[in-house]
Design a protein around this ligand. Sequence first.
Ligand code: EPZ
Length: 403
Amino acid sequence: MSGAKNSALKLMAAALLGQGVFHLDNVPRITDVRTMAEVLQCLGAKVTFQGHQMAIEVSSLQGRTPEQLVKSMRASVQVMGPLLARLGWVEVALPGGCAIGRRPLDIHLSGFQQMGASVVLNGDRLVARAPGGLRGADITLRYPSVGATENIMMAAALARGETVIRNAAREPEIVEVQAFLQAMGARVFGAGTPVITVQGVPELGCTDFSVMPDRIEAGTYLLAFLITGGEGTVCRVRPGHFSSLLSVIQAMGGEVAVEGSKVSVAAPKRLHPFALVTRPYPGFPTDLQPQMVAAATQAHGRSELRETVFDQRFGYVRELRKLGAVVRQTGQTVRVYGPVQLRGAQLEAGDLRAGAALVLAALAAEGRTLISGAQHIDRGYECLEEKLGGLGARITRLATMGG
Ligand code: EPZ
């Protein structure tokens, strides 16, 4: 598997807290990483990216982020914590609401304010200031937001005194941010549990670091084996990062074999239906919800999925219906009736994981499916057509497709 998108982006942001040259390896060659590299360069860092190796040189920085880049990628807001802590100010354009819901920043901003920052909205530009530096605070998040947890951790690393973050998100990507910060000299503890403690230090250095494998990419490929009634193995993964998915695959009748950093899945003759609810980690990940709905179209019976993390993450269902899927949505729950022989159609990918779900459904469909909006998929999947092609899929990229 490639390096994890949702870890690489945060490590790149965390580097802004330090000084010197960072060397990252196993960095995925995906659009979002290139966008974040551009953001860092606009802020004054030097970034070189060859193969899967990235060097980031941080010396002097400025805190105004490039409007267009922030609107094109929400993850750019992860630079707020580092810049606010290091420069005492940061200015970002409000990130564009994307295809999966409103996605406000209130939890991030409330954390910064509790640490002594002032936050002002000028039009659609957010300006946060802490001229006298940030001070540690005891912060309870109203929701275990992944991005807010990471942003506040990073800000706290250079704040005066101790910060406690309660009801913190527990995703593996957050444990990686802690390890990265510790390697830079930060005093951060508790990542992976609901309480993270940070003792601020005056300055941070730099480090070399390897990006962890992408658990969502791994899950997407395991579901490709399942939905096509086939079998296969994903390598260089951390199975413990997606045990909730492995349990659902077993509940569907799939055979799962874990051997070190390899996970194999073999589809059963008849896929059983399932019920699941998406939750913050270690619950079932929302980023695999669309892919699970695609797989449910091939299960014998009625499956039920409830989305609790985002408020509009079923946009892709209308596209699955074009293939013949039978899916009923009521509020944040969908019921999927199968098995249905899907038939190729012309589809539109609205966002990254929706696009992945359409690819999976197209693999199970009879005939040819055209998916436009492939640029959304390229945001988070490296060499998708080569990887799937190597598994027996017939998938080609039509350069002329829109977008
Ligand atoms: C991260 O987004 C991931 N992105 C998402 O992956 C992932 O779906 C999400 O975490 C949940 O696991 C990256 O890491 C770059 P949140 P993030 O803050 O940090 C609400 C993908 O496909 N919320 O945990 O933005 C928010 O609206 C992407 O790779 C507030 O209300 O997620 C959402 O409903 C998609 N106020 C919920 O919390 C806030 O201040 C979870 O958001 C922040 C969040």
